[in-house]
Design a protein around this ligand. Structure first.
Ligand code: GRF
Length: 219
């Protein structure tokens, strides 16, 4: 594929950007149907910005503390994203709650990754909560973003076992490995036109997905 017929992806980050890196790495392949055209961080110190520089990708910082309200920040963010003319917006460790207006503007073309088997454990501290609950398995979900925090329909899930003696850190590391596997796959499937959000449901190749999305083992 040539750069001109690849889907244009803008990635939003707040931190280390290891998921960003996994998508950049996948997109180096000539046949990968998407390219990262822009990286935006709300934090100037985010290491992910360096990853963008290293890969020769345009990046920008939009500091939310410089805005009087969430609505004004989200409007500025929307304008900045649109300058890149994206086909897909990817939230990769972007630690902001988004206004419904922003979400609706990108509805059906914005994905997030959340480190739990949604609908279990939306919000923070998912690994700790899975351990404290005594869960035998935990994992990660890529989902379409809707106005409900971590509540949009699942696209892909990957499971990992919770092992005896796991700490929050050891479990998080096992989950993160799977994040790096499934996020590039979700981006690829979206870019191929195989994933759609229709009337609040996720569809894969024209068929409605179950609440758990595709299973990472099946793709
Ligand atoms: C990941 O665990 C992601 O699931 C969560 O934030 C973390 C981001 O990691 N939402 P990185 O910045 O991609 O390394």
């Amino acid at each position: 594929m040539t750069a001109s017929n690849k889907a244009r992806v803008v990635v939003l980050i707040s931190g280390g950007g290891s998921n960003l890196q996994s998508i950049i790495d996948a997109s180096q392949g000539a046949e990968f149907p998407a390219q990262v055209v822009g990286v935006i961080s709300n934090k100037a110190e985010a290491y992910g910005l360096q990853r963008a520089v290293n890969a020769g990708i345009e990046s920008a910082v939009l500091d939310h503390t410089e805005f009087a309200s969430r609505a004004e920040f989200d409007q500025a963010l929307q304008n900045l994203i649109n300058q890149f003319k994206p086909d897909l917006v990817v939230l990769a460790g972007f630690m902001r709650i988004l206004t419904p207006e922003f979400v609706n503007h990108f509805l059906g073309r914005m994905l997030n990754i959340h480190p739990s088997l949604l609908p279990k454990y939306p919000g923070l501290h998912t690994h700790r909560r899975a351990i404290e609950a005594g869960d035998a398995e935990h994992g990660v979900t890529v989902h379409f973003v809707t106005a409900e925090l971590d509540g949009g329909p699942a696209v892909i899930q990957a499971k990992v076992p919770v092992l005896k003696g796991d700490s929050e850190q050891s479990l998080a590391a096992r989950v993160l490995e799977q994040e790096h596997v499934i996020y590039p796959i979700a981006v690829k499937l979206f870019a191929q036109g195989k994933l759609k959000l229709l009337e609040g449901k996720a569809f894969f190749e024209g068929t409605a997905l179950p609440a758990t999305g595709l299973s990472a083992d099946s793709i």
